[in-house]
Design a protein around this ligand. Structure first.
Ligand SMILES: Cc1cc2nc3c(=O)[nH]c(=O)nc-3n(C[C@H](O)[C@H](O)[C@H](O)COP(=O)(O)O)c2cc1C
Length: 207
């Protein structure tokens, strides 16, 4: 029997309050209820819970081939968590036309742990968080990560709606059958099935 692929669902926001955790739960619930794939497990990677310190080295991660050589215990733990994953669902918000600093910090702690692995994006924002995804693709290209063909971009219906619900981190009811982003479920499942396919392709280190 094939070993199930381990997929990390990475919540990029550490804002309090926030909606990133609800978006991640929506993506995970959609996959579990609608994907016909069975050979996977989903693991939430919450940067708020990880509370990583600001990256200050001392190592340059690209020079670290053996995680035992990271000076800080927390980096070794973070390395193990990311190494364990075969692929990722990144759930980024958009801050000032880019992805949040918490996510860049988490990425920069490591290098080879990300190398060549596949990613899909479930982003959210006023216009769906597309600018955030665009930036992330540039950065993750440093590790030759593979992207699914489409991105899932969840836009707010109006600024007023966002002001009332999103900014205050209110319950958006995303686990209910009918919700503001219910129409994106098929896209989430399609990208997830593609993501799983990419995890099965051989990873070739080119650097
Ligand atoms: C510092 C900051 C900058 C923001 N900039 C943008 C932006 O450029 N585009 C956008 O769509 N939303 C922007 N927003 C609104 C976010 O989409 C909204 O706050 C969202 O809830 C953030 O995700 P989170 O709740 O998971 O932290 C910004 C919010 C903050 C706090």
């Amino acid at each position: 029997m094939a070993i199930p692929k381990k997929i990390g669902v990475l919540i990029g926001s550490v804002r309090q309050p926030r909606i990133g955790d609800q978006v991640a739960a929506f993506a995970a619930a959609t996959i579990k209820s609608q994907s016909s794939s069975t050979d996977y497990t989903l693991h939430t990677i919450d940067l708020l819970a990880w509370d990583l310190p600001m990256f200050k080295g001392p190592e340059v991660p690209k020079a670290i081939k053996d995680p035992a050589n990271y000076t800080h215990e927390r980096t070794r733990e973070w390395s193990a968590a990311i190494s364990a994953c075969d692929g990722f669902i990144f759930v980024p918000c958009e801050y000032n036309y880019g992805y949040p600093a918490s996510l860049k910090n988490a990425i920069d702690h490591l290098c080879w742990e990300w190398q060549g692995k596949p990613v899909m994006f479930v982003a959210y924002g006023g216009y769906g968080g597309g600018k955030s995804v665009e930036q992330l693709k540039g950065v993750l290209g440093a590790f030759d990560m593979k992207f699914t063909e489409d991105d899932v971009l969840l836009g707010y219906p109006s600024f007023e709606w966002a002001g009332e619900k999103v900014f205050a981190g209110k319950d958006l009811g995303l686990l209910e059958e009918e919700n503001v982003w219910a129409g994106h479920r098929d896209a989430i499942v399609k990208n997830f099935d593609e993501l799983l396919g990419l995890t099965r392709a051989p990873v070739i280190a080119t650097k």
